[in-house]
Design a protein. Structure first.
Length: 306
């Protein structure tokens, strides 16, 4: 049977039609089912009014001191993800064709990392590093997040846990791993005699990605110098990468978490080599309880190493 399209006179666009209370609630239920759990802002924005300005064009970054020699980039946290050159597109006009870079981030990933490295190196304490992060505008996640999620736990610890990114609960509290996954992590730590008092917990990015999506390589790269400096200041004896994204960033690997977990590797941070191991993320364990046995085996290795 062929479907007959409704007449135009009876069609109203979802953007222009008015909703009654039941319909509005149904729309909100649908948005929640799709993963929307927070509003980006209190007032609506006319995104079409910005014309050709790309998203994030309002970000500003301190200009580089051209007189100062560029700081050498230490090889740390394994090998960073390869940064691809910005694609170019032709601009046609009466004067011929020229090429210009197409912006993909508020700042070029390499430019953001270079500026962040200079700022991070100047921090001599975690408080100074946190202040530098508050003033840092090189990561686009800052524009949609509520709070900076720097760390929780001890300022100096033998074990440093590095997760993927803050979630909704973390974004509201301003601390990493405080939601359901964080509560499970605390129980996992207690099982091997550890607690927040003697571990340091952070993420590879310090602001919540919209919709709890995985951080992009560019976002992780812009936060990387701060993470490296944070590791130097905490001076842990071992690193624990929690989840696949954190494992790839910390270990400089491309394999999945099931291949990476449970294996010790040395990563270079500054002038130190630190043993590191990857384990499953507590959020994954909440969805897949059968995998807790694998996480327990990883925890036993951490306890034995200590």
């Amino acid at each position: 049977m062929r479907a007959i399209a409704p007449s135009r006179r009876y069609y109203r666009s979802p953007m222009t039609r008015s909703y009654d209370q039941d319909e509005a609630l149904a729309v909100l239920d649908w948005l929640q089912a799709m993963g929307v759990d927070a509003a980006v802002g209190e007032t609506p924005h006319d995104w079409l009014a910005r014309a050709n300005d790309p998203p994030g064009s309002g970000f500003a970054f301190p200009s580089r001191d051209l007189a100062a020699p560029p700081a050498s980039k230490p090889a740390v946290l394994g090998a960073p993800a390869a940064s691809r050159p910005l694609p170019t597109r032709p601009i046609r006009g009466t004067g011929g064709e020229t090429a210009r870079p197409r912006a993909t981030t508020p700042l070029g990933a390499n430019e953001a990392e270079t500026g962040a490295r200079r700022i991070a190196r100047a921090a001599n304490t975690l408080i100074e590093l946190e202040t530098a992060l508050v003033d840092f505008d090189g990561c686009g996640l800052k524009s949609t997040a509520t709070k900076l999620c720097f760390y929780r736990g001890a300022t100096q610890a033998d074990v440093m846990f590095i997760g993927e990114a803050p979630g909704r609960d973390e974004d509201l509290a301003g601390k990493p791993f405080v939601g359901r996954a964080g509560q499970l992590l605390d129980k996992m730590l207690a099982a091997i005699g550890l607690s927040e008092a003697n571990v340091h917990i952070t993420n590879i990015v310090y602001w919540r990605p919209p919709g709890n999506r995985t951080p992009t390589p560019q976002e992780a790269l812009s936060c990387r110098p701060f993470l490296e400096r944070q590791i130097e200041l905490v001076a842990p004896k071992m690193l624990v990468a929690v989840g696949g994204s954190a494992a790839k960033e910390v270990l400089g690997a491309t394999e999945g978490i099931m291949r990476l977990r449970g294996k010790w590797r040395d990563v270079t941070v500054g002038d130190r080599k630190i043993p590191a191991i990857a384990t499953l993320h507590p959020a994954y364990l909440l969805r897949t309880p059968a995998a807790k046995q694998l996480a327990w085996m990883d925890l036993l290795q951490i306890k034995s190493k200590l």
